[in-house]
Write a protein of this length. Structure first.
Length: 166
């Protein structure tokens, strides 16, 4: 994976997620989260194997230990790890004194759902909405650009994982 690959992945996801009707604040939040998510993904690139090292269950569980607002182990596939990592990182950096926490993090109808409680005004809520919307365009298995796929459960998958699930 090269920096060009990451750039084209980012562009593909944003082209699907941001429409002309998207609220500008929401669009900006999506861009910031996706940029941070791609940095997180890039940090797992193995230069010797020339491949991306997938996120693990341990990585997902570690979100709860790393971010005080994350009170749940996410009940979703590992492809959304970087999206969650980026979202929590941005929220804690921008609003470190907010008193809020997750009550549930899961996949529902092919998208990420982040349920929360506490002191959390609109400005921060836009970032959670952005993460949920972005998840509908990111493969829940690997983190590559994906799309909603029907067939029993609705899942968001890249072409490769959609073919494997058939």
């Amino acid at each position: 994976m090269s920096s060009g690959d990451i750039f084209s992945e980012t562009q593909a996801i944003l082209a699907r997620a941001i429409t002309p009707d998207t609220d500008p604040a929401l669009a900006e939040a999506m861009k910031q989260i996706l940029a941070a998510a791609q940095v997180s993904r890039w940090q797992r690139y193995d230069e010797y194997a020339l491949s991306l090292v997938p996120a693990t269950d341990a990585d997902m569980k570690q979100l709860r230990d790393k971010f005080r607002a994350c009170q749940n182990i996410p009940a979703c596939s590992l492809g959304w790890y970087d999206l969650l990592q980026a979202t929590f990182q941005i929220l804690e950096e921008r609003w470190p004194d907010r008193e809020w926490q997750t009550t549930d993090i899961k996949e529902k109808f092919g998208g990420l759902r982040i349920y929360w409680a506490g002191d959390y005004p609109y400005a921060e809520d836009v970032f959670l909405d952005a993460a949920e919307l972005l998840s509908e365009h990111i493969c829940e298995e690997c983190g590559a650009p994906g799309e909603s796929r029907a067939g029993g459960w609705i899942r968001t998958l890249c072409d490769q994982h959609a073919e494997q699930k058939r």
